[in-house]
Every structure is written in C-alpha cells, then in structure tokens.
Design a protein around this ligand. Sequence first.
Ligand SMILES: [Zn+2]
Length: 231
Amino acid sequence: MELRRLTDRVFYTMFSKESDRPVLGYIQGQKRSIMVDSGNSKNHVEMFNEAVRKEGFRKPDVIAITHWHWDHTFGMHAVEGVTVTHKKTNDKLAEIAKWEWTDSEMKKRLAEEVEIEFADTCIRQEYPLLSEIRVVTSDISFSGSMEIDLGGLVAELHHVASPHSDDSVCIFVPQERVLFISDAVGVDYYNNCYLDKDQLRSLLTAIEGFDFDTCVVGHAEPVSKQKKLPS
Ligand SMILES: [Zn+2]
C-alpha cells in the first residue's frame, strides 16, 4: 500500500475490491494530521500507517469517519489518534458493538435482514478469525458540522443528506480544494439498494456548494471536477 499524492497536503491510499477496503485519506497540517476513515480492520490500519511512515509523515492525530458501514469503521479500535464521528454514526456503532461475531450469530443477522449478504461475505474475507472483530464508538461525536485546525490548514466535517446512509459526513479541505465524499452518492445497500432521489438531489446541491477541484470517493479513483469554460 502506498500513499498517493493529490495535492501538497492531501494524500490517499487505494481501495481494494477483495475485502471491500475503501480509499483512506491523509490530510497533513503543520501540527496535526487527519486520517479519513479507519479502514475495515487492524491490518488495514497497519498497512496505512506503514505507508504514512514510509513517506516520513506523522501518524494521524485525528481519525474522521464518513459513515458507519463496517469497511469504514472496523479499524477504529486499532488507530492511535482521536476518532471523530457524527452522532448518528456513533449511535449505530454502539448498537453494532453489542453484536457477537460467530458464524451462527452472523447467519442469524442475515436471516433477520439486520445484515446484508455483501457485507457478510466481505467481512468473512477480511477476518479469517471472526473473533478478531472489534467494534468501538468514537472519542468525539458531533452534529451539523465541525472544523479541525491542523496548523496552517483547516479541515471541515459536514453532515450531508445522502441516499447511501443518513449519517454521511463530507470532509472538505478548502485550502487544498479537495472534498472527501466517501460513498455518499451511492444507493442504500441496507434498504434493497434503494436510491432516494430527494436525498440525492439535496446531496448534489450540498456538493455544488463546496469549492473543490478534486473529489475523493470511497471505492474508486478520485475524480476531478470539470472546470467550467469561461463564457
Ligand atoms: Zn458505505
């Protein structure tokens, strides 16, 4: 795993399809740095930290979470910095933290439609030993939005409407013109892949409001916003 450069102060690591590992972000200030999402396991966190170390950068001081889905949060117990989530994310994590990770309990959750097939399959791929799964809540939670001063660089966390999950948070770095939206534009896998068009419309309006050049998504290459031609 390697850290890829988006701007002088914003980096990311690639997603991987095998066990549905998402893109992770690294935002580097003079005093502090942020990791965007905690990845899906301790292994994922360790690979990320190794990529950061290879560049000679500091370990992330703050870990900002984009939404509750397992692939973005199950590494939270293994990070060293302070974790930050939206309140709704934290409520959901508190619920999942009570789940038992045995074959039979996982099958039961599938039968009761508490869990979805895709997540179940990928979790089993990431964790040959299910007993290694640990789900924790965050150190700090917020509603609305919050700003984090990294030293010469500010990161903004904004709760946004999203058809993917109602706790979706976008992370905007205005000085670097980078916006992390994670999976926010996707369908709701936990509601039969339903796409709520009103939620999508609100999200797109919110995204339009951010002045960015590059948009970092959860499970694909970052995309650049097409520059408008001068009229
Ligand atoms: Zn997701």
